[in-house]
Design a binder for this molecule. Structure first.
Ligand SMILES: [Zn+2]
Length: 245
């Protein structure tokens, strides 16, 4: 049996590239309304649940849009590592809205007339960027910078962190911590004027990545004053946690 015409082409397309919601597996949608809903939540502070961040001095406020539960994890994983680059539209829009909401909090620590806020992506490993054929952390940072600009807040992406190398065999705890850590590139020192920086990453679990990023920028004119992530393992604190359920 042979078929022809546009309908056949569509059916063939479905056969070759089945589309399903990466959050719940619903058929024939790029993502479903239910799995999109968490991305419309306002970003909330989440650093208190991340052990590596609570030790930072000065402390780094971290805002997270969603809790890293099954559907949220599914969407992020599909975007990063299953070739669902189309999800960048969903996640980029969420990051942009979230940055716009965070802007007033940053305004309280950035002097009027100061240099534009540096939006600094936590870099992916070079091998990951090569495999994906795209610099996804940078895409998130671009979206965040757009969100700050939406609120009239001058902001620019400054990709001043370069990925660290893997730990050498036999390295101690401190060595492993240092070995995987990003480094500040020469670009971090380009401007003599200090810039407040918003770090951007996809997820926070222990907070080690953000802590290392802040550590790497210590001593440069790029001064982290906050971080914004798509999702956090502990979930953002949505008001008092007592008296529920
Ligand atoms: Zn879904």
């Amino acid at each position: 049996m042979t078929e022809s015409g546009p309908g056949a082409a569509v059916r063939l397309g479905r056969l070759v590239v089945p589309v399903e919601c990466p959050g719940c597996g619903a058929d024939d949608v790029r993502w479903c309304d239910e799995c999109e809903a968490p991305w419309w939540e306002p970003p909330l502070r989440c650093e208190t649940g991340a052990p590596r961040l609570s030790a930072l001095d000065p402390p780094l406020p971290v805002w997270s849009i969603a809790e890293l539960d099954g559907p949220v994890h599914g969407v992020i994983a599909a975007w990063k590592d299953a070739g669902r680059r189309d999800l960048g539209a969903l996640l980029g829009a969420a990051m942009r809205r979230a940055a716009a909401e965070v802007a007033p909090a940053l305004a309280s620590v950035v002097a009027p007339g100061a240099a534009p806020v540096a939006v600094v992506p936590c870099p992916a490993r070079a091998a990951h960027t090569r495999r994906r054929g795209a610099d996804l952390p940078r895409a998130l940072a671009e979206a965040a910078a757009a969100g700050l600009s939406d609120r009239g807040f001058p902001a620019a992406v400054r990709a001043v962190l370069v990925p660290g190398r893997g730990a050498s065999r036999g390295a101690g705890d401190r060595g492993r911590w240092r070995a995987g850590a990003p480094r500040a590139s020469r670009d971090a020192w380009v401007s003599r004027e200090a810039s407040a920086a918003l770090l951007v990453d996809d997820v926070v679990t222990t907070g080690a990545t953000l802590a290392r990023a802040a550590d790497a920028l210590a001593g440069t004119p790029i001064v982290p004053v906050g971080a914004l992530v798509l999702a956090s393992a502990q979930g953002p604190s949505r008001g008092p946690s007592v008296g529920r359920g």
